[in-house]
Design a protein around this ligand. Structure first.
Ligand SMILES: [Fe+2]
Length: 401
C-alpha cells in the first residue's frame, strides 16, 4: 500500500527512498555501494523482478533503478506494471541495460522509463543520474503538496462562501416572515418538505439542496406589499387582492438576474409558486410542466404546511385531512408527480412536521376538523383571498361540511 501523502511527501529533512532491482547480487551490491555516496537516501534492493510490483504497493519509493534483462519479468514489463499504479505514474525510473539498440530504448521510453544507464555502469554517472532524478522527484512532490494545499484552501473558501450565502438566505426569509406576522418554523418546514419531494422525484443532491435553500424565499416579495394590505385583518377588496398577488412579481424582481444558480431557482420559485397545474394560478397562468419544477414542488409543501398550521383565524387541520386535500388537488392545483412523491414520502414528511412543530406540546390532532365558528369562516375567507394555500383550505372546509 502506498504511503499516505503526508508521509510520502519527502522533503529536505526526510530521506528519499530508492529501490534497486537486479537479478545479479554482485551488480546489485555495486550499485547500492555507489548510491550510498548520495546524501539522505534510504536504499532497498530486490533480486526477484516478480515481487517489485508488490513491494511498490507496500512502500512509496522516490526513484527506482531497474535492470532490463532479468528472469521472470523483464525490466520493461516491470515499468509497465508500475506505471499502472496511480502512485507510480510519475516516479522517476532508471533502466539499466547493456543493450544499446534503438528498439529497446524506444520500447522502454514508451513503457515509461525516465532515464537510461548502460552496463558496465560508471559509479559517478549512476550517482549523478539518480541525484538528478531525485531532484525531479522532489520538485514533483512539492508541486503535488502545494496543489493539495491550494485545493484545500479553495475548497474551504468555497464552503465559507456557501455557508454565508445560506445564512443570508435564511436571515432574509426570517425578516420577511416577521413582517408577515407569520411565526414558528413555517419556512423551515417548507424547505425540508421541498427537499424531500425533490429527492423523491429522483433529482441529484446538488439540485435538491438548492431547492432546500431557495424555498424559504418563496414569499420574499411580500416585502413589497404595503402593511395596510399585508396586515389587514378584514377582507381584501379586489384592488387589494391584485396588490397582494403582486408579491410573486416583487419576489421575482428581487431575486432574478443573479449570477448564481441558486438565485435563479429562488427567482423561479418566488414567481411561480402560486401557479396551478391546470393553468388557473397566477401570475402567468402557466399550465403543467411549463411551471418550473421547483415551483411545483414548493407549491405542495407550502399549501400542506399552511393547512396543518394553526393561525389566529383558524385551527390546524388534522394531517390526514390536509393530506386528503393535497391528494384532491393532484392534476388541478398540483403536479400529479409531486403529489405521488408526497404520498409515497408521507412518513418522512410526518417526521419533519413533528420535529419542527410549532406546538409547545406535540398533542395529537383531532380526528375530525374542529367545528368552525361563523367568525372564523370570515377569517378563512379573508385569508383565502390572500393566499391560494388558504383558498384550498377554505374550499376543503366547505366541501367537508
Ligand atoms: Fe406566496
Amino acid at each position: 500500500m502506498a504511503r499516505e501523502p503526508a508521509t510520502w511527501c519527502f522533503r529536505d529533512e526526510s530521506a528519499a527512498r530508492i529501490l534497486v532491482v537486479d537479478d545479479s547480487p554482485s551488480l546489485l551490491s555495486l550499485m547500492v555501494e555507489a548510491l550510498h555516496g548520495l546524501p539522505g537516501v534510504d536504499i532497498d534492493t530486490c533480486l526477484d523482478s516478480r515481487i517489485v510490483e508488490e513491494m511498490c504497493r507496500k512502500t512509496q519509493y522516490d526513484t527506482l533503478v531497474i535492470d532490463y534483462l532479468m528472469p521472470g519479468i523483464d525490466g520493461i514489463s516491470v515499468i509497465r506494471l508500475l506505471r499502472a499504479q496511480e502512485a507510480y505514474r510519475t516516479v522517476p525510473i532508471v533502466m539499466v541495460t547493456s543493450k544499446l539498440e534503438r528498439e529497446v530504448r524506444v520500447e522502454a521510453l514508451s513503457a515509461g522509463a525516465t532515464d537510461f544507464l548502460t552496463k558496465p555502469f560508471d559509479r559517478l554517472e549512476l550517482q549523478a543520474r539518480v541525484a538528478n532524478l531525485l531532484s525531479l522527484r522532489r520538485a514533483q512532490v512539492r508541486l503535488t503538496c502545494w496543489a493539495d494545499e491550494l485545493n484545500g484552501t479553495v475548497k474551504r473558501a468555497v464552503q465559507t462562501v456557501a455557508r454565508r450565502e445560506e445564512e443570508m438566505i435564511w436571515r432574509l426569509a426570517r425578516a420577511m416572515e416577521m413582517r408577515d406576522d407569520d411565526t414558528g418554523h413555517h419556512i423551515s418546514r417548507v424547505a425540508e418538505i421541498s427537499r424531500t419531494l425533490a429527492r423523491g422525484l429522483g433529482h441529484d443532491e446538488h439540485w435538491c439542496h438548492m431547492v432546500y435553500l431557495a424555498a424559504p424565499l418563496h414569499d420574499v416579495g411580500k416585502i413589497g406589499v404595503t402593511d395596510s394590505i399585508l396586515r389587514k385583518p378584514g377582507r381584501l377588496d379586489d384592488d387589494e387582492l391584485v396588490e397582494m398577488r403582486r408579491h410573486v412579481e416583487h419576489g421575482n424582481r428581487i431575486l432574478q438576474g443573479g449570477s448564481s444558480e441558486l438565485l435563479q431557482v429562488a427567482a423561479n420559485i418566488a414567481r411561480h409558486h402560486h401557479e396551478k397545474w391546470d393553468g388557473s394560478g397566477y401570475p402567468d397562468g402557466l399550465v403543467g410542466e411549463a411551471i418550473p419544477l421547483e415551483a411545483r414542488i414548493v407549491a405542495v409543501a407550502d399549501v400542506f404546511d399552511a393547512l396543518c398550521s394553526r393561525r389566529p383565524y383558524k385551527p390546524a387541520w388534522p394531517r390526514e385531512t390536509a393530506v386528503a386535500e393535497i391528494l384532491r388537488g393532484a392534476g388541478r392545483h398540483f403536479d400529479p408527480a409531486c403529489v405521488e412523491a408526497f404520498i409515497r414520502l408521507l412518513p418522512d414528511i410526518e417526521e419533519i412536521m413533528t420535529r419542527l412543530s410549532d406546538e409547545p406540546t406535540a398533542a395529537p390532532p383531532a380526528a375530525e376538523p374542529p367545528a368552525i365558528e361563523p367568525a372564523t369562516i370570515v377569517s378563512i375567507a379573508t385569508e383565502a383571498e390572500r393566499e391560494p394555500a388558504a383558498v384550498v383550505f377554505a374550499l376543503g372546509r366547505r366541501a367537508s361540511r
